[in-house]
Design a protein around this ligand. Structure first.
Ligand code: GLU
Length: 484
């Protein structure tokens, strides 16, 4: 069955607000809006909803562009690339919102409201105390300015509110959820006293001006859709098709918020060293499933198979273990140079790509996210490391044997030329054989001497990365520090 609305040229959009670090929900919405538009050969639009001046954060618009580009997402129209439906920032469209609000006033679908914010707070508190539904009580409705000015709680500059008919009973068919009847809306403010529209007026005016055919957004907007549908009806504009995506949830099922979960910030994924392909795959898995049930797939494969029938409306849990697993998979698929390039920003201070080139294979095998490299490579960046007696007791040789082994390793390794893994392991094996010591415990003792902890890349690679001089030096230092 074909998706409603796709007989026209499909246009989708995201409309993030520049209110700080971009939210992971923005990437999630972008992914599905872009996939659907691409699937149908349509256009994807980026619009900035900057009408809430109190929450505006300088620079966050650019961060939205940058993080979406990092994920490999581009848009056909937007504030940075332009387009026929410009402007793409709501603050640049203010006269249009006012005109539309005036038109609704003239047609009797909206009215002025002069209530002060103190009065509105009192009204809400009273409604809550009485356990009544909260919503504007229409004190100003049907009154002239002069009439209203006689009454308490009056302010000079009015807002414009929509006049929601009693028992409006708006319903619509959602592409993911089927028939929905949201709760009865209240008389929502459309135009604020500062002349800026509210989200509800702006979103309808913009989606109409931009020819948006499908509104794909989070389920938290379902109740707003009732208000938007009233506006479309009054204005005589074509109504878009709606698809409300499931909300991403924390493990405790609460909504992902920047306050509770660092992963709500898109930049967190960059900081932790996740690859964009892994994050896109992960976000797609949150709600979408491939026809063959595969869990690893590319964005292009989402596009090819995209169908809202395969979006699960039940809020997916943000499972970081799954993301780590996916990211490990994508890291292992990188070539040596690609891996090193991706790893470079995560190397401990003082180390460059050339210092870790010989370790690329074991690092790639073991890393789930690139931020782990700081810990995995601290021994290489450090000037010296220390053996903890507890580690030696648990993994290594008894102190007297340990000293003998470390000194013998140092002496024999120093003579190696070239100092490479292919020569290192046979040398270590020979020394252990000559001394008649336990191989595993001898190697572990050397590892503790070089790395200071019982985990590291294979010993020969570890030694090769340190180089002959530093290896011999650390082995001797460790031997000297052992209790006799
Ligand atoms: N500004 C809203 C947001 O950031 C847009 C909601 C919508 O897509 O209508 O989620």
């Amino acid at each position: 069955m074909s998706t409603p609305g796709t007989e026209r040229e499909v246009r989708t959009r995201i409309a993030p607000s520049p209110t700080g670090d971009p939210h992971v929900g923005t990437a999630y919405a972008a992914l599905f809006n872009l996939a659907f538009a691409r699937r149908h050969g349509g256009q994807f639009i980026l619009r900035i909803e900057d009408t809430d001046r109190t929450r505006y954060v300088e620079g966050s618009e650019q961060q939205v562009f940058d993080t979406l580009h990092w994920l490999g997402f581009g848009w056909d129209q937007g504030p940075d690339v332009g387009g026929e439906a410009a402007p793409y920032r709501q603050s640049e469209r203010l006269p249009t919102y006012r005109e539309v609000a005036e038109r609704l006033l003239a047609a009797g679908h909206a009215y002025h409201c002069w209530c002060s914010s103190e009065r509105l707070t009192q009204m809400r508190n009273r409604q809550q105390q009485l356990k009544m539904p909260t919503g504007y009580d229409r004190m100003c409705y049907g009154k002239t300015r002069e009439e209203r000015a006689e009454l308490p709680g009056f302010t000079e500059t009015p807002v414009i509110r929509m006049l929601v008919p009693d028992e409006a009973r708006i319903s619509f068919t959602d592409l993911i959820r089927g028939e929905i009847t949201p709760p009865q809306p209240d008389d929502q403010v459309l135009l604020k006293a500062d002349g800026f529209p509210t989200y509800h007026l702006a979103v309808v005016v913009d989606d109409n001006a931009m020819g948006v055919t499908h509104v794909i957004r989070g389920e938290e907007w379902i109740s707003s859709t009732a208000k938007h549908l009233l506006l479309y009806g009054w204005l005589g504009w074509p109504v878009p098709v709606y698809a409300h995506m499931p909300l991403l949830r924390n493990v405790d099922r609460s909504k992902i918020s920047k306050r509770k979960n660092p992963a709500a910030r898109l930049k967190w994924f960059q900081e932790e060293g996740y690859l964009p392909e892994a994050l896109v795959n992960f976000l797609a898995l949150m709600g979408y499933s491939m026809p063959d049930g595969r869990e690893i797939f590319t964005f292009d494969e989402v596009v090819e198979s995209f169908d809202f029938a395969r979006v699960n409306p039940v809020g997916p849990v943000f499972d970081i273990d799954k993301l780590n697993w996916l990211n490990g998979h994508y890291l292992r698929a990188l070539g040596d140079e690609e891996f090193l390039r991706a790893a470079e920003p995560f190397l401990p201070a003082g180390l460059g790509v050339d210092d870790v080139r010989t370790l690329v294979v074991p690092l790639r095998e073991r890393t789930k996210k690139l931020s782990e490299l700081a810990d995995q490579l601290d021994w290489l960046a450090a000037d010296a490391v220390e053996i903890l007696p507890a580690d030696l007791a648990k993994h290594g040789l008894p102190p007297a044997d340990a000293r003998t082994a470390l000194e013998a390793f140092a002496k024999n390794l120093e003579q190696l030329d070239p100092f490479e893994p292919a020569q290192i392991t046979p040398t270590l094996d020979r020394v252990v054989g000559e001394l008649g010591l336990n191989r595993r415990r001898s190697f572990m003792t050397a590892r503790l001497a070089l790395v200071g902890k019982p985990v590291s890349p294979p010993l020969d690679d570890t030694m090769a990365a340190l180089g002959a001089a530093r290896t011999a030096d650390r082995l001797r230092q460790a031997a000297a520090g052992l209790p006799s």
